[in-house]
Design a protein around this ligand. Structure first.
Ligand code: GLN
Length: 495
């Protein structure tokens, strides 16, 4: 039998339905691959018993000819999703010992469709980061390496474990979340596909909150077809999330016709950043040519407020985080610091939060508290909200002028070395999000597609940004780009 872990989700689904192999066989193949890949530190909690039980049950459904797309498909779940009875810690020490008595809406939907959970995936603490180096479990490792160079590289962040697991065939697909780029940047760093849906498409209920007005969950997959299948399974209205949209969920896979003739693709001039590496320029240029050759019309566009996006994001996201993270106080969830004789409740809060949160999380809580404080609220938080409205208006305008999708680079570079940014100014790390945060601020769907390798043999991705609620059309353009780019490279196995 061929190596089952190499199959795409769609191939695995079709093979299961055709009885070429069984769900338990598929699951065992992945469990074996996971155990042989501890060096990647992608999984932080393995759940083989749950996986085996779910696979057996899925097989009875397949045998009965009643199998939804995900029935029997082994998935990895980002540690940010609450999963019943299984540690769900957002890769933070402060949630030590937290095993939620409930599932997030997304994981519940996946389970109901028969998906198999292989385990929980590494990430940056509370999804704050771009390199997976803020995790309490230590960093995940990118399965890719520079040619002839054994330097361990970051898989990106915050969904670094998800990216690493999908790229190394340690799951058929994974869930991720994206507040400022955490699905798309790690997807680009590992040569896989990742889509952040329109804000409200996927329920946030039961996903540990970072910045509630920006957070969206989405799939990370081996190709665009798989993203379409996963997105449909994850989406839908949820009365438990008041920001979830009551809209029908289309069959995104059926929309992958590959025909993009007449579509209008915008190329935003403001994304041509000063000092952008030539390789990224070339990649972008080549991607534009591919879409033109496929019959799309290419138009130069302007999104004039782009340069304010990063500063606005790094006010709004920490502000919301400081409020969301106030609940971790040593009383209700997870860990409580050891107290000394005579310590009062304030000591308990302070000690718990000081030892439970890592440095990046503490930095965000402090920035967030500052920008929300009485004297500075208008100067920072309110101003950032106004900037956000202008950024959204830029997009509204180009869509009103007939643009169907926007093509940009996904990241300013290929994957960097672990530890390389350790001594840099934190803003250096924040620059990773320069092409992605605008999309969260405007609530739009955005997808990263691998389209090439750099001179060191590392994957590079392009981003397509779509109109709100039109993920189907967006994925169809992504599908066309994927086909034209013909990206088939895989990392050499060293782990
Ligand atoms: N890198 C960004 C941050 O650190 C985005 C993270 C995310 O999307 N969760 O905030």
């Amino acid at each position: 039998m061929t190596d089952l872990t190499k199959l795409t989700l769609a191939q695995a689904r079709d093979g299961l339905r055709a009885k070429e192999f069984t769900a338990p066989e598929l699951t065992e193949a992945y469990l074996g691959a996971i155990d042989a890949a501890d060096a990647l530190n992608a999984y932080v909690h393995k759940t083989p018993d749950i996986a085996r039980r779910q696979a057996e049950f899925a097989q009875t459904r397949i045998r009965a000819g009643m199998s939804p797309d995900l029935c029997g498909i082994p998935l990895g779940i980002k540690d940010l999703f609450c999963t019943t009875g299984v540690p769900s810690q957002a890769a933070s020490r402060i949630l030590d010992g937290f095993k939620p008595p409930y599932d997030s809406t997304v994981t519940e939907q996946l389970h109901k469709q028969g998906a198999v959970m292989l385990g929980k995936l590494n990430m940056d603490e509370f999804a704050m980061g771009s390199s997976n180096e803020t995790s309490c479990y230590g960093n995940a490792v990118n399965p890719w390496r520079r040619e002839g160079d054994a330097t361990p590289l970051t898989p990106g962040g915050s969904s670094g474990g998800s990216a690493s697991a999908v790229a190394a065939d340690l799951c058929a697909a994974a869930t991720g979340t994206d507040t400022g780029g955490s699905i798309r940047q790690p997807a680009a760093f590992t040569g896989i596909v990742g889509i952040k849906p329109t804000y409200g498409r996927v329920s946030r209920w039961g996903i540990i909150a970072f910045a509630s007005s920006l957070d969206q969950a989405g799939p990370m997959t081996k190709d665009v077809r798989d993203a379409a299948i996963m997105l449909r399974a994850m989406s839908g209205h949820d009365p438990k999330d008041s920001t979830s949209a009551d809209l029908p969920v289309p069959d995104f896979e059926a929309m992958l016709t590959g025909d993009i003739r007449g579509k209008v693709i915008g190329i935003p001039r403001e994304y041509r950043m000063e000092g952008m590496p030539q390789e990224i320029e070339t990649l972008w240029h080549d991607g534009t040519a591919m879409l033109r050759d496929a019959g799309a019309e290419i138009r130069d566009i302007s999104l004039p407020h782009t340069k304010y996006a990063l500063p606005a994001y790094y006010v709004i996201a920490p502000a919301e985080a400081s409020s969301n993270l106030a609940r971790y106080d040593g009383v209700r969830f997870g860990r409580r610091a050891k107290l000394a004789q005579g310590d009062g409740i304030t000591d308990m809060y302070e000690k718990t939060r000081a030892e439970g949160f890592g440095p990046e999380v503490q930095r965000r809580v402090m920035v967030g508290t500052y920008v929300l404080s009485a004297g500075y609220y208008d100067a920072y938080y309110n101003r950032a909200r106004k900037v956000r409205a202008l950024i959204k208006r830029d997009f509204d305008q180009v869509f009103a002028e007939g643009i169907d999708a926007i093509l940009t680079p996904a990241t300013p570079s290929s994957a960097f070395g672990l530890g390389e940014m350790a001594n840099a100014d934190p803003v250096q790390m924040y620059l990773n999000d320069v092409f992605t945060v605008t999309v969260n601020l405007a609530g739009l769907p955005g997808v990263a597609v691998p389209t090439g390798l750099d001179s060191k043999g590392l994957p590079l991705g392009l981003q397509l940004i779509g109109r709100p609620w039109e993920e189907g059309d967006l994925l169809n353009v992504a599908h066309s780009l994927e086909r034209a780019a013909g990206f088939v490279a895989k990392p050499d196995r060293w782990w």
